[in-house]
Design a protein around this ligand. Sequence first.
Ligand code: PTJ
Length: 249
Amino acid sequence: MEEIPKSHPRYVSLITRERLSQSMKKGLVHETGLIAHGRGEAFDYLIGEKTIPPAEDAEKIAAAVLLCAKNPVISVNGNVVALAAEGCINLAESIPAKLEVNLFHRTDERIEKLENELKKHGAEKIYGTTANAHIPGLNHNRGLCDKEGIFTADIVLVSLEDGDRCQALKDMDKTVIAIDLNPLSRTAKTANITIVDNVIRAIPNIKKWVRKLKDRDRTVLEEMIMLWDNNKMLNDVSSFISKRLNSLF
Ligand code: PTJ
């Protein structure tokens, strides 16, 4: 890995890029995953590269939704494994939830590499490796899924989505939690709960809320979920970005 001095003002960003670049060379991340990351970085820059209050609220509700679920599934792709493998495994254990690999650029080789990487970090069972079900209406590889995982899940947590799977999952009556730094994306607008935060921060934050809410009465959690207004949260993100930009010039 290239030597990056800790004193560099963009140290965290550069280290993250390096991690993605190495993961691409290992065949975990697809080359277009680097482009997707670049778009994410731009939005992260706009929110100040930290968890903003509307994202913290969404992370709390996401934890409540996951705790109330019957069959929750955390869907991971190449970028998510490269950036947050350990966090996803810890989060899945704390709920508990299943982990499923779901790829846009799906090859047997990448699936195997990602499964091995997750197992190396301590995961026991990974769903989605032999796709035995299909999400109706999706005629690309993201439609391939596991009968015991995403196909029969009631709640699906998705990160770095590329658009139409979120709507297809909602059409199957599932609740979708999406982590997406772009508040304007189709996924962000379609999901039931959108977390406008970097997956690197969002995953451990959801886990923090799972720990805090785990012993709460279920009716309290359900009340919180009922009051959630995703459109209002997206408006709050938009106001946050506008105010922040105005204050910078
Ligand atoms: O691993 P695969 O084969 O499934 O490929 C996945 C990629 C990432 C290539 C695919 O999903 C893709 O092209 O995604 P998009 O359409 O570029 O969308 C990615 C979204 O995630 C964009 O809205 C980005 O702003 C956002 N994003 C990028 N990096 C992060 C992020 N959101 C949260 N955390 C990030 N680190």
